[in-house]
Design a protein around this ligand. Structure first.
Ligand SMILES: Cc1cc2nc3c(=O)[nH]c(=O)nc-3n(C[C@H](O)[C@H](O)[C@H](O)COP(=O)(O)OP(=O)(O)OC[C@H]3O[C@@H](n4cnc5c(N)ncnc54)[C@H](O)[C@@H]3O)c2cc1C
Length: 393
């Protein structure tokens, strides 16, 4: 096992770090306040070649690994979670589903769009089908020139901003996973509208909203995957879970950095507050938790290589880091005393931003169901080899 990043990975991480500090840090509070999508930051990501970097180079991507993307997302999430999530969307989930399962024509059309900054999103959740995703009712009925979509989705990240919507729908079958497939719907397709935007607690620069499909005709050529559709789409979704875990890790890292700096500067009882053992142990615990999360995350990403991550490794990383980020951001705020509670400082925003990662992308309870199923099926709780999905052009 190699625990060292190579020179190229360090350079990539430093590029993201530099961009985060120069371009994104000073914008984060404003994005949170205005709840506006940061088109300027998104363009800066395109210019730095951070969008679609995991996608094949023959369609304009850079053929980088999932770990490469993780290294960049982590640095950006330290300062601006909204911008970090834009990188996640442009490199995991729908983006990788298209590069893994798409037809030649789909790859030629959509990958260059994603690389150029046109946002993809993934549309699974429905009002009556959240954790129970296979209860989805959105239907795709085959007609002569394609599929007619009818149904509603909700909580869709990037709705309205995005141009490429990977919609999971029921193409037939009696229920459960059977008959669920994925079809790509372009923004502006007649019969497809974006509904109410849900006001959010954190990461406010990216909208979460409803989608409405009413007799929406989508061409046959946009069908992405049907046979074993649900399984394949969830394999691609595991990459988005790794991406979500990365954002949570970056937020925790950023909050810890703020807390350490402040604890050295702030004096009470005639000494830096970092010299009080009670506080120093809090800082130590933050460091232990962040480091533990980082290695779970890097393992899941590194094992995926150019492919899709192992389901258990993604679920373990997401669960641990999602919960860890809530604890670490809360403790970092505590280090600031009253100032931490103030909106003048980023701590309260980081606490709000961190809160989503035990929910979105599959709740911690559902992740534990996944992990527990594997442990019991194997009978010994021990996993020797990751079961990743290798890259396809
Ligand atoms: C910020 C954000 C962004 C999102 N982005 C997207 C997106 O881009 N695309 C998309 O499709 N969806 C998205 N979602 C939706 C998200 O995936 C769902 O919110 C999540 O899957 C949970 O579904 P639910 O909200 O309906 O909760 P429910 O499924 O109703 O769950 C309610 C509670 O019951 C628990 N629970 C449910 N079933 C079980 C069980 N079997 N065992 C134990 N506990 C259980 C849950 O853990 C939870 O605590 C997003 C959500 C958020 C908050």
């Amino acid at each position: 096992m190699d625990f060292q990043l190579d020179e190229e990975q360090r350079a990539l991480r430093n590029l993201a770090l530099d961009l985060a500090e120069r371009r994104f840090r000073h914008r984060a509070a404003e994005i949170d306040r205005t709840e506006e999508y940061p088109y300027d930051n998104a363009e800066a990501l395109v210019q730095a070649n951070l969008m679609g970097m995991t996608l094949p180079s023959r369609y304009g991507g850079q053929n980088r690994t999932l770990l490469d993307a993780v290294l960049c997302v982590e640095q950006v999430a330290r300062v601006c979670a909204t911008t970090a999530r834009i990188i996640v969307e442009g490199n995991t989930g729908t983006a990788l589903a298209i590069s893994h399962y798409g037809s030649e024509a789909q790859k030629q059309k959509y990958i260059p769009m994603i690389v150029a900054g046109e946002k993809p999103c993934i549309c699974i959740t429905e009002p009556e089908a959240g954790s129970a995703a296979t209860d989805m009712k959105t239907s795709a009925t085959q007609v002569a020139d394609g599929y007619i979509l009818n149904g509603n989705k909700c909580w869709i990240t990037g709705a309205g901003i995005a141009n490429v919507y990977l919609v999971l729908a029921r193409f037939g079958g009696g229920g459960g996973t059977v008959g669920i497939g994925g079809i790509i719907v372009d923004k502006g397709t007649p019969g497809f509208t974006v509904g109410r935007r849900t006001p959010m607690m954190g990461i406010r620069g990216l909208p979460e909203a409803e989608l409405i499909f009413q007799d929406c005709l989508v061409p046959q050529s946009n069908l992405l995957v049907l046979e074993h559709g649900f399984k394949k789409l969830m394999q691609a979704y595991n990459s988005q879970r790794v991406g979500a875990a990365t954002v949570a890790l970056g937020i925790a890292q950023g909050a810890m950095e703020e807390a350490v700096k402040y604890s050295i500067e702030r004096h009470q009882f005639g000494q830096p507050i970092s010299d009080f053992q009670g506080l120093r142990w809090m800082l130590s615990d933050m460091s232990i938790q962040v480091e533990a999360g980082r290695w779970l995350l890097y393992r899941a990403a590194a094992n995926a290589g150019h492919g899709l991550p192992d389901m258990d490794e993604a679920a373990i990383a997401k669960t641990f880091i999602g919960e860890m980020a809530i604890t670490v951001t809360n403790n970092a705020l505590q280090v600031f005393g009253g100032y931490g509670y103030s909106r003048d400082l980023p701590l309260e925003r980081m606490v709000r931003d961190a809160r989503m990662f035990t929910i979105g992308g599959g709740t911690s309870q559902m992740m534990r169901n996944v992990i527990g199923r594997g442990i019991v099926a194997r009978g010994d709780g021990h996993k020797t080899d990751a079961q990743t999905t290798p890259a396809r052009g």
